[in-house]
Design a protein around this ligand. Sequence first.
Ligand SMILES: Nc1nc2c(ncn2[C@@H]2O[C@H](COP(=O)(O)OP(=O)(O)OP(=O)(O)O)[C@@H](O)[C@H]2O)c(=O)[nH]1
Length: 224
Amino acid sequence: MAEDLPNLKLVILGESSVGKTALVHRFITNKFDSQTTNTIGAAFITKTYHSQKDPQRRLKLEIWDTAGQERYRSLTPMYYRNAKVALVCFDLSNFDDTFKTAKFWIDQLQLNSSSNAEDVINIRLIGNKFDLIESSTEVDTVEIQKKIDEFIISFNTHNNTNIRYNHTSAKTGSGIQELFDEIIDDIEDDFFTEFQNRTTSTTEGQIGSILDARMNGAPSSTCC
Ligand SMILES: Nc1nc2c(ncn2[C@@H]2O[C@H](COP(=O)(O)OP(=O)(O)OP(=O)(O)O)[C@@H](O)[C@H]2O)c(=O)[nH]1
């Protein structure tokens, strides 16, 4: 019988083709798929996660991979409802186009957090495809880092938040396990305390209108 573990919902947002599905796939399977297709609607996948700081602690990580294409944008808020963590991704090799969308999602998440006390969400900004820029002579990595830093400092100051930035490569796997470990390490004490304090168990409402899902063959993925 499946064990009843606390459920931690995490959502991934960002422009189309920044590598959201590839990032999840790398985390779950430790493989890279260069032939992905665009996500339609959203896909979700679960993974049992073992705490790095307390071997007694395990949780069910429920990862929602949203579609980045603009036509699905109006659906996205329903996927981040009740999420504890949001990874907002952009593509380091296509910075100008994709960073704009990342900033848009961060603003939306912050607005949502401010208006719904229950929906306070831990946001991480993720620059993916690091492999494509790390030894490039054409990309001005210093300038990119400067823009990221300026945005984060300004956003955190104005909104009294503590958004942090990680870079990753779904292709090489660099930074991905560390990213999840860091995020969960940051929030797990509060998360488990809240779980223990909850007197009545709540079942997260299943979202009924997921249009499609990909990640064929990945464990525990759901689609409809
Ligand atoms: N070089 C490199 N390519 C990557 C990386 N991550 C993803 N890709 C490639 O980028 C393309 C888009 O990746 P996806 O994971 O489908 O992008 P997505 O953000 O899920 O796109 P949507 O589903 O449309 O929102 C694919 O060809 C991937 O193989 C990476 O870290 N490095």
